[in-house]
Design a protein around this ligand. Structure first.
Ligand code: ADP
Length: 301
């Protein structure tokens, strides 16, 4: 197969592993910086160009699109879809997953366990909304945050109100969430490929830190999932329409609750802590599923 990888940096662990896994299996792999791709969107003959070259003949495209380039990145991916190239994850599903509020609404609609979460536009009703999510302590999150930045634990109602007012004053969109204390600063990352959890790790925040992000100094270890956690992760991936994703789960007193579904999950932490060849499984999935024009939307929607 001829595979395109959309990645801004070919030296990143995940990108390198995907290239390696594809080449080991005899595929041809080309890496493109998504911001350097330009497109001709004229009727009926969509094309993509890169540094003067016309990109044609691809069987599959692997999007590794960072949160900061979602808008342009998904437009380029959509162009591949319009050309009939099989996308590992579809542009529509990636766009959907990048909006935290929209994702939570979609998951809630299908009955997936979630932390009690509030969202408001006006600062006038902050007090009532805090009560709605169970009062303090509460977690306040910037909708656009990643890697744990912009996730704040407010211990008291007063602190929560001040943080909310400050964020709102900056015109930032925020979520207010029940604090799952019993998770003990840990969460579970489930790596889903083609409707199966192929690897899972428990991430533990460093001493005194409620955020478990590896970027914030957390550590990772293998974990055994309960059947309920496994099925929650698989269902969340399917609701979001993602073939490959990382589903982050907290262990709460009321069962597993989903915090986030990540459409470009990093492979370094999960491969190193579990010893699994996740990149290889992703390429195998593409081998089994890629067919010309096999996209649900072909760039629509
Ligand atoms: P990001 O997308 O920036 O990583 P998350 O929503 O995943 O933000 O939050 C970062 C970390 O903070 C999570 O991995 C988890 O450990 C912790 N956390 C987030 N929300 C809650 C919550 N409601 N209760 C307890 N811990 C939480």
């Amino acid at each position: 197969m001829k595979i395109a990888v959309l990645s801004r940096n070919k030296n990143l662990y995940s990108t390198r592993r995907l290239i390696e896994a594809a080449e080991v299996r005899g595929h041809e792999v080309f890496i493109y910086d998504v911001l350097r791709c330009y497109m001709n969107i004229t009727s009926m003959r969509p094309s993509i160009h890169y540094k003067g070259e016309n990109l044609t003949g691809f069987d599959a495209v692997i999007p590794r699109i960072g949160a900061s380039v979602t808008f342009y990145g998904t437009a380029v991916l959509r162009q591949f879809e319009m050309m009939g190239v099989y996308p590992l994850n579809e542009s529509v599903a990636i766009t959907r997953s990048r909006d935290k509020l929209r994702s939570l609404q979609l998951l809630a609609r299908k009955g997936i366990g979630l932390p009690v979460t509030g969202f408001a536009h006006s600062p006038d009703d902050v007090e009532d909304m805090l009560n709605m999510v169970g009062g303090a302590p509460a977690v306040i999150k910037l909708l656009e945050g990643t890697q744990g930045i912009g996730v704040v634990l407010a211990e008291t109602k007063k602190a929560a109100a001040s943080v909310i007012e400050a964020f709102m004053g900056l015109k930032a969109n925020i979520l207010i969430q029940e604090f799952i204390k019993e998770a003990g600063g840990a969460d579970i990352r489930c790596l889903v490929v083609g409707g199966k959890v192929v690897a899972a790790m428990k991430r533990q925040g460093k001493e005194g830190e409620f955020r478990s992000n590896l970027h914030r100094g957390g550590s990772a270890a293998v974990v055994r999932l309960t059947p309920e956690e496994r099925s929650t992760a698989v269902r969340a991936a399917s609701i979001m329409g993602l073939n490959v994703c990382g589903v982050d789960i907290l262990r709460s007193n009321h069962g597993p609750v989903v915090m986030e579904v990540n459409s470009s999950p990093g492979l370094e932490g999960i491969e190193n802590s579990t010893g699994k060849d996740v990149a290889g499984l992703i390429i195998e999935f593409i081998e089994k599923n890629s067919k010309p024009n096999r996209t649900k939307t072909r760039g629509r929607g």
